[in-house]
Design a protein around this ligand. Structure first.
Ligand code: OXD
Ligand code: MN
Length: 593
């Protein structure tokens, strides 16, 4: 496979510790993948679904105690605690390696160790970074084959170089108490043990492409962000690209695959999806920022995905997909989830694999009574997405015209506003927040600050991360403008006012008009908001310019409350919050008086 001595000696070392019965190199061929799928079906790890209705699709169930990312068990192991910062969990690297060595020792006895050489980004491109994941899970192998670019060409591209990310994963005993997702950014290393859930074990995704990559990006002058990337095509054929960061479960995949409202489609507008979760962003030779999606597939939340909310995602996962923890319709051997349609299957197994009675479904106890787990997923190939951008595989990426931050706020944030400068835009990103909904356990309406949607994903000190954002201004002459959106404003009865989904296009067009200097705006204490008449409401039932005015209003009282909350959050991050951002906060406070 390779003569690279760094790779070979590392694999020897890891195998000596984990003691697999055999080692299998993943070569990226369809023949090998098919063999693994068959083996997984034999052992029950996968269930093959109806080949006619869902060609080449499989169902997998994780252990019931292992259904989501575990932030409390995720660690950034830099030499000093300060470099990981107060927002991350930290263990001293030596201690962490020692603790995990105990858990990994012999963890693959009786199992196979799979060696997955993979690339984040187009192999051989300037953006690409390579990794090798060692794992004892076929499910991980098959997901990595969808989510990343896997195969021998990665080893060829690596040649003799030691420059790759060393990822080690073992399901071990799936022991919750000893579950660890550990990152050693100073060693280019990730160790994950005792989990089999996607975000904890597909090491190319959150672990590498966000946590380790954000650390590398700071060192090397680029950015790894929790952002979707989309292109808007105008009737004249011109395409403009936007990236957008939203906290998990705020609709990134839906926005990335947006279908414009009919009135825009008729005029010739189109929206192209470049990525739905992660953007790697670099300064280009032309002085602009260029972005790629380093992934090769989508790991999307299934519940709520339907013909109305996201037909593109639905079509993407109707072939060559792996479904995790969804409901299994036994009558026709297909899958179902809450929000797919109003016809729950009568003869079905729930996400735990138990006989499921849909009449017992209780909205307030989704985990206990739903057919699909609320965090159930589809893993689907980018190339199957009907709206995939022709630039998806462009090694140079796409130039960004605008960056959008967003959160889920019932009252505070207006539908859209524009920051007044890069520094102010960085501030807007740093104060991003979402309110908890009834969907999550715990109190409703609690504000969780999630800077740039990166709170769980920054691989170093959050204060230094803010500084890195500010520093981009020194090296990039033509930066995109920064905006903030909120699709989630509610009326006094708690109903969403803005229709969202495809109609978000109307806001995106205002944003691009601003970038072009074609739209007017009013300056408010928080930034520029549109003139209500500049948000196109043609064809929008029940929404007129008055409604838009309400959606754009800035409620000083709730913003003043927010300022207090932001101060507490900055203090929590600690003394590395840049003084420029404290100054932005003080000035906002002043303007709100
Ligand atoms: C994801 C997440 O799975 O952000 O993308 O949690
Ligand atoms: Mn995400």
């Amino acid at each position: 496979m390779t003569n690279n001595k760094y790779i070979l000696s590392w694999i020897d070392e890891m195998a000596a510790m984990t003691k697999p019965d055999r080692i299998v190199w993943i070569d990226g061929t369809e023949e090998q993948a098919e063999e693994l799928r068959r083996e997984a079906c034999r052992t029950g790890e996968l269930v093959k679904l109806n080949e006619k209705l869902l060609p080449n699709c499989y169902l997998h169930r994780t252990a019931v105690n292992d259904v989501a990312r575990v932030e409390g068990r995720t660690f950034i192991c830099t030499k000093t605690k300060e470099d990981a910062g107060n927002i991350n969990n930290w263990i001293e690297p030596g201690e962490c390696y020692a603790r995990l060595t105990k858990l990994f020792t012999g963890s693959m006895i009786g199992r196979t160790m799979y060696v997955i050489p993979y690339s984040m980004g187009v192999v051989g491109s300037e953006f690409a970074k390579y990794g090798i994941e060692l794992t004892d899970s076929i499910y991980v192998v098959l997901n990595m084959l969808i989510m990343t670019r896997v195969g021998n060409n990665v080893l060829e591209a690596l040649g003799d170089s030691p420059d790759y990310i060393k990822g080690l994963h073992s399901k071990a005993q799936l022991d919750e108490e000893n579950r660890y997702i550990c990152h050693f950014p100073e060693d280019n290393t990730i160790w994950s043990v005792n989990s089999g859930y996607g975000g904890n074990v597909l090491l190319g995704k959150k672990c590498f492409a966000l946590r380790i990559a954000s650390f590398l990006g700071r060192k090397e002058g680029w950015m790894a962000e929790h952002m979707l990337i989309l292109g808007i095509e105008y009737p004249n054929g011109e395409i403009k690209y936007i990236s957008a960061a939203f906290p998990s479960a705020c609709g990134k995949t839906n926005l990335a695959m947006l279908i414009p409202p009919e009135i825009y489609r008729k005029k010739g507008y189109k929206v192209w999806c470049v990525g739905d979760d992660i953007a790697w962003i670099r300064p280009g030779k032309d002085g602009r920022l260029w972005a790629v999606n380093p992934e090769n597939g989508f790991f999307g939340v299934a519940p709520g995905t339907n013909e109305k909310s996201n037909p593109n995602a639905l079509h993407t996962c109707m072939r060559d997909a792996i479904f995790t923890n969804v409901c299994h319709d036994l009558d026709n051997n297909t899958v179902w989830w809450e929000g797919l349609n109003n016809n729950p299957p009568k003869n079905a197994l729930n996400w735990r694999g138990e006989k499921w009675d849909y009449t017992k479904y209780d909205k307030n106890d989704k985990i206990g009574t739903s057919g699909a787990h609320p965090n159930s997923r589809f893993t689907a190939m980018a190339k199957n997405c009907p709206s995939l951008s022709s630039e998806f595989n462009n090694p140079a990426g796409v130039p960004l015209s605008a960056i959008i931050f967003g959160g889920r706020r019932a009252k505070t944030a207006p539908l859209v506003y524009e920051s007044t400068s890069w520094q102010n835009g960085t501030f807007v990103g740093s104060i991003m927040a979402s309110e908890t909904t009834a969907a999550a356990a715990g109190a409703i309406g609690v504000v969780r600050r999630d800077p740039m949607a990166m709170r769980p994903f920054v691989g170093y000190n959050m204060g230094d991360y803010f500084q890195h954002w500010l520093d981009m201004e020194k090296i990039v002459p033509h930066l995109p403008k920064i905006f903030h959106v909120n699709w989630f404003r509610t009326d006094d009865e708690g109903n969403f006012i803005w229709p969202g989904f495809g109609d978000n296009m109307r806001v995106l067009l205002w944003i691009l008009d601003r970038v072009e200097g074609k739209a007017d705006a009013d300056l408010t204490p928080i930034g520029y908001v549109p003139k209500a008449e500049d948000i196109d409401t043609e064809g929008l039932a029940g929404i007129d310019t008055e409604t838009i005015k309400g959606l754009l209003s800035v409620d000083r009282e709730s913003w003043r409350e927010d300022v207090k909350n932001i101060k507490d959050f900055y203090n929590l991050i600690g003394d590395r919050v840049p003084k420029e951002l404290w100054k932005e906060l003080e000035e906002l406070d002043e303007r709100l008086k």
